[in-house]
Design a protein around this ligand. Sequence first.
Ligand code: ADP
Ligand code: ASP
Ligand code: MG
Length: 418
Amino acid sequence: MKVFKFGGASVKDAAGVKNLVGVLRTTNESPLVIVVSAMGKMTNALEEVVKDYFSNQKELKASLSYVYDYHQEILEQLFPNKSHEAYKEVNLRFEELKEFLKSNKSKYHAFVYDQVVSFGELISTAIISHYLSEENIKNTWLDIRQCIATNDYYRSAKVDWETTQKRISEKVNTNEITITQGFLGAEQDNNFTTTLGREGSDYTAAILAYCLNAESVTIWKDVPGVLNADPRHFTDTTLLEHISYREAIELAFYGASVIHPKTLQPLQRKEIPLFVKSFMNPENTGTCVGKGVTLSPMVSCFILKKNQVLISLSSLDFSFMMEENFSEVFDLLHRFKMKVEMIQNSAISFSVCVDNKYNNLESLINKLKSNFKVEYNEGVTLYTVRHSQPNEIKALTQNKKVLLKQESSETVQLVVQE
Ligand code: ADP
Ligand code: ASP
Ligand code: MG
C-alpha cells in the first residue's frame, strides 16, 4: 500500500485533473490511498467567504459565486454531459455550505472557518473521484472526517492518534484505490469538522501512511523535488536527491514550505520513505527523504520567510530581563497564536522574531506595552541557511540591513530589512 498526495497546484484546473490520471497510469499503483487538497487557491477563496460572512455580508454572495463558478468550469470541462452525477454531488455540497452559513449561530471565527474552508477538499475529491471512475479507474471516496479524530482546537487541530489509528484500520480498505481529503479532521464530541492547519494535506498523507504501515508516501509537486532553495526566490537551485529525516524536519521546521513540518515525524517513526516528485515528470526520481546521509548532494540550503515581525522588549525600570519576564512573554505569544521563529536575549533586552499568522499583532503589542518597553519592525525577512559557507552569508546580506543574527554549527539565521 502506498500513499499519494496531490496538492492544490496539481489540480488547479481540468488539465490538472487529467494529468493526475496520467500520473496514476504511469505509476500504476494499486492498492493506493490518494489524498487531495482543495483545487488551486480555493482554500484562500473560502477564507474570503468566511471574512465576508463575518464582516462584509454584501460581498458574501460574490465570494461564494467565485468558488461555485471555479468548480463549475472544471466540471464542464471534465464532464460534457451536464446530467452527470458529479454536478449533483457538487451542488449538494454547495447547498450544505449555504445552509450552514444561513443557520449558523456561532460567532467563533475559528469554528466557522473550519466548517466553511473544508468544502474545498470535499468538493475537489468528489469531482476527482467521479473523473477517475469515468476513466475506468475504480476508486472509493472516503470522508476522512470519519477517520481523523482531533481535539477542538479549530484551524490547527491536534490529532488523537489512538482513535485515528483504530478508525483508519476499520475504514480504509487496503485492497483498493481510495481517494480522500487532506487537511480535514473531526472533533470527537459533536463531530464538527476541524482542520489541521494551512498546507496540512501533506500531514494527512503521513497520518494515513503511519496508520496503514504504508510502503511509502509520494507528494506530487510543481517542482522537481526538494531543492536547496525556493525557486520562486532564488536562481540556480539544486535538486536534493536524498535528505535524512532529521535534516528534512529541520528544513521544514525553518520554513522550507515544500513539505509541511508535521509530516515527517510520523514517517520517521516507522521509517516510511517520503518521495517528493514532479507531477509534470512522474518518471523522474525527485527527492527521497529517508534513512541515510544528511544531504545528497551536500550543499547549503536557503530558507526565506517574508513578512515577519521583530519585537524587542526591555524592562520599564532598567532592570534585567529575567526568567519571570520570559515566562510572561511566552505566555502572551502563545495566547496570541504568534509563531516564534527566533529568539535572542541580552541582559536588558529580549528580541523575538514572530510570524503574525493570525493578525493578532496589535493586541499583543498593547498587552506587552503594559509591562515592557516595546519596539517592533514589521515586514522583515528571516533567512535561515543550513550548512552554509561564510562567503554565502556575505553575499546574501549584501545591500541589506541585518537586524539580528544567530549562528550555530549547522544553521545561520538572519533577520533583515530589505
Ligand atoms: P502543493 O500544491 O502541494 O500545496 P506547495 O505550493 O505547497 O504545493 O509547494 C510547492 C512549492 O513550494 C513550490 O512551487 C516552491 O515554490 C515552494 N518551495 C519552497 N521551498 C522549496 C524548496 N526548498 N524546494 C522546492 N520547492 C520549494
Ligand atoms: N487546502 C489546504 C490549504 O490550502 C490544505 C493543503 O493544501 O494542504 O492550506
Ligand atoms: Mg499547498
